[in-house]
Design a protein around this ligand. Structure first.
Ligand code: KG4
Ligand code: ZN
Length: 348
């Protein structure tokens, strides 16, 4: 059987861009046979953030056991794999290199194609796994630890970047504020939980770049405003109302994200809006976007939490659609830590 030219092809996906070592097996473009994730969060927690050198070392230890486990869960043999898709950027260079090296070795030894995947495109493609009927075109709001972008997905291999953050990513702001509040890494889920007990209108934090037609984001001013507020309350000897700070900060972030995403979908004439990236797991963001999208007659969807945060199934899915379009990488594929999302970014 030709392992490459069929819709039932088995894609092995590999992800190691940050603090998750993950391997997945996908049948065709959308059927997950296995999605194994080994998280390093407990290892990095005591340092308050990801330590790159430790992350690389942990990936080296974990990568092959995670691949073996994915094959075992999927009930397939290595020889059944038809192509290997791997994240080559953006991310931590040492961490990325572990996945890229493993993927190259596997593709070479199995004599199957290698597909380098942009991690951010992978996040968008998690939505194809969440809804098997989803087809482009649609508008995607990508909110992760390192990126905040609005992407018009016109086809499986055709994207238009409408705007991105000029400074901090949304997730980065969540993590930094959580750290100052003494909450453990990663801060996003902690702020999310705390915000449920607070008043989102208690403190009026600033919103940046909110003029119509501007799809860029900026979260550094908001981050500074929250840090200044915390410092000034401390100096006045007042007890910090953690839940109100979390709720008001989260509300400011959500308002900007939701407003711009809905405006962008309307301007591009899209009837579907999807959410992608780790911050998509935020319950406040999901609830607000769902309400706002419904009010504007937009279809809204987002992946389950496990598909929102880093995982190899989304990388395999993106890789499948690149492979279907004949976009393969050669064995010179290298890690590109600063890889961004650009128009139709199939830069390999
Ligand atoms: O996409 P992701 O897993 O990794 C990157 O590619 O960056 O995103 C991780 C980010 C972290 O900043 C984390 O704090 C944030 O996603 N995050 C959340 C939530 N869950 C994860 N932020 C807000 N609310 C959440 N529930
Ligand atoms: Zn990610």
């Amino acid at each position: 059987m030709d392992k490459q030219a069929n819709e039932e092809i088995l894609t092995l996906g590999i992800e190691s861009s940050c603090d998750e070592t993950s391997a997945a097996v996908l049948r065709g473009g959308r059927e997950i046979l296995a999605d194994v994730i080994s998280t390093q969060i407990p290892v990095h927690q005591r340092f308050g953030g990801v330590v790159p050198e430790i992350a690389s070392r942990k990936h080296i230890v974990n990568i092959m056991p995670v691949v073996d486990e994915a094959l075992r869960v999927a009930g397939v043999k290595l020889q059944d794999i038809g192509q290997v898709a791997v994240t080559y950027g953006p991310g931590l260079v040492g961490a990325l290199l572990v996945g890229v090296s493993a993927a190259k070795a596997l593709a070479f030894s199995l004599d199957v194609p290698l597909i380098g995947v942009n991690h951010l495109e992978g996040h968008i493609f998690a939505n194809f796994l969440a809804d098997k009927a989803l087809e482009p075109p649609f508008m995607a709001l990508v909110v992760s630890g390192g990126h905040t972008s609005l992407v018009d997905v016109r086809g499986y291999n055709e994207f238009r970047l409408l705007g991105q953050t000029r400074d901090d990513a949304a997730g980065e702001a969540f993590d930094k504020i959580a750290r100052v509040m003494g909450l453990p890494y990663p801060g996003g889920p902690r702020i999310d939980a705390l915000a449920k007990e607070g008043d989102p209108l208690a403190i009026d934090f600033p919103r940046a770049l909110d003029e119509k037609g501007n799809y860029e984001f900026s979260f550094s001013g908001l981050k500074s405003a929250v840090l200044n507020y915390i410092n000034s309350e401390k100096m006045k000897g007042r007890e910090l109302r953690h839940a109100d700070i979390a709720a008001s900060f989260q509300h400011a972030v959500i308002e900007v994200l939701v407003h711009k995403a809905c405006e962008a979908a309307a301007e591009a004439g899209r009837d579907t809006l999807v959410l992608a990236g780790g911050v998509a797991a935020n319950s406040g963001l999901e609830a607000r976007l769902r309400r706002e999208a419904a009010a504007r007659g937009l279809r809204f969807m987002f992946p389950s939490p496990v598909l929102c945060t880093d995982n190899a199934a989304m990388i395999a899915c993106r890789g499948y659609y690149q492979g279907a379009a004949g976009k393969f990488s050669d064995l010179c594929l290298n890690a590109v830590p600063g890889l961004g999302l650009t128009d139709s970014s199939l830069a390999h």
